[in-house]
Design a protein around this ligand. Structure first.
Ligand code: UDP
Length: 333
């Protein structure tokens, strides 16, 4: 299949794992990233158009100068807590940024789009595991901006024939099983790397955000999904779009397995053989008690099957990455 796959945010965590998956299948990719949060080293040599999605002229130029056949859109702000305290940042990056890409697609006739969406669009779901037909009522600005992105995709499909697959990730975690890539955020806010840091003494202790939730052990339950499995789902979405007739689709990417914060701590203790020092703090605003996703739809329609689904494998791959890269990726040039 000819044409370049444009990967916005391809120097970031899930984006870089997906770039690797595409290149391993012989696909030509171009990463669009301003490296504000991404890492040049995570590109593993993939070509980069360095600039911001917020810069409409730059985005247009990238589309005009390249034979783009599909867009994978990862570049976004993705912290629930920060989205509550700084919503404007989220609406600018996650809504305006997406619109800039879609408008450039309309101008240049590119018709295929894969969106990094999120389980945060469901808010506090009325049923667990969450299926795609449940109402979407986000309870934080991060989820709201991604829901707006999904609406834009529906409307750009009707108006301009852009086909899309929105992948609603549950909690991305783990690292490339071959150790080439991993998670490196600054500051890190995600649970698994923070628990690993606490176990290894890279931080004094972990704060558990609330133990008075209506869950069996009182801590929040999430559905952790391996980043390599997420990357594979993007490849399957692309193949489906290349076959045609996708329209506008939405799929959950979860393992239908809920893991509480205390269970994550226990898994890290088992994998590392070390005690995790932690204290219990207040709830973090915007956190629903329980998010667990059914991926039955993408399994049935695209044949997605997570290979690294269990929490132990997820923690093991993350642990290997953090042990071999205690300072993360080298700095950008
Ligand atoms: N969490 C926690 N302490 C931390 C970071 C996260 O207790 O230092 C909890 C958080 O409240 C949530 C879960 O761990 O219930 C996963 O949080 P994370 O930020 O990794 O992902 P999110 O669910 O926000 O996408």
């Amino acid at each position: 299949m000819s044409g370049v796959i444009l990967v916005s945010g391809g120097a970031g965590y899930i984006g870089s794992h997906t770039v690797l998956a595409l290149r391993e299948r012989g696909r030509e990719v171009l990463v669009l990233d301003d490296l504000s949060e991404g890492h040049e080293a995570a590109l593993l040599g993939a070509p980069l158009a360095r600039g911001s999605m917020m810069d409409q002229g730059f985005v247009r130029g990238v589309f005009r100068e390249n034979e783009i056949s599909a867009v994978f859109h990862f570049a976004a702000r993705c912290y629930v807590g920060e989205s509550v305290t700084d919503p404007g940042k989220y609406y600018r990056h996650n809504v305006v940024g997406t619109m800039n890409l879609l408008d450039a697609m309309v101008e240049t006739g590119v018709k295929r789009f894969v969106l990094s969406s999120t389980c945060a669009t469901y808010g506090e779901p009325e049923r667990i595991p969450i299926t795609e037909d449940l109402p979407q009522n986000p309870i934080n600005p991060y989820g709201a901006t991604k829901l707006i992105d999904e609406w834009m995709l529906r409307d750009y499909h009707r108006a301009h024939g852009i086909e899309s697959v929105a992948l609603r990730y549950f909690n991305a975690a783990g690292a490339d099983p071959e150790g080439r890539l991993g998670e490196d955020h600054d500051p890190e806010t995600h649970l698994i790397p923070l628990v690993l840091d606490a176990a290894e003494g890279r931080r004094d202790s972990l704060t558990v955000f609330g133990e008075d939730y209506p869950t069996p052990d009182g801590t929040c339950i999430r559905d952790y999904v391996h980043v390599t499995d997420l990357a594979e789902a993007h490849v399957l979405a692309l193949l489906a779009m290349e076959e045609g007739g996708v329209g506008t689709r939405h799929y959950n990417l979860g393992n239908a397995a809920g893991t509480s914060v205390l269970e994550v701590i226990r898994a890290v203790e088992e994998v590392t053989g070390k005690k995790v020092p932690y204290v219990v703090g207040p709830r973090r605003p915007g956190d629903p008690p329980r998010l667990v996703g059914s991926a039955a739809k993408i399994e049935a329609e695209l044949g997605w099957k997570p290979r690294f689904g269990d929490i132990r494998t997820i923690v093991e791959t993350a642990h290997r990455w953090h042990t071999s890269h205690p300072d993360g990726f080298p700095p950008n040039s």
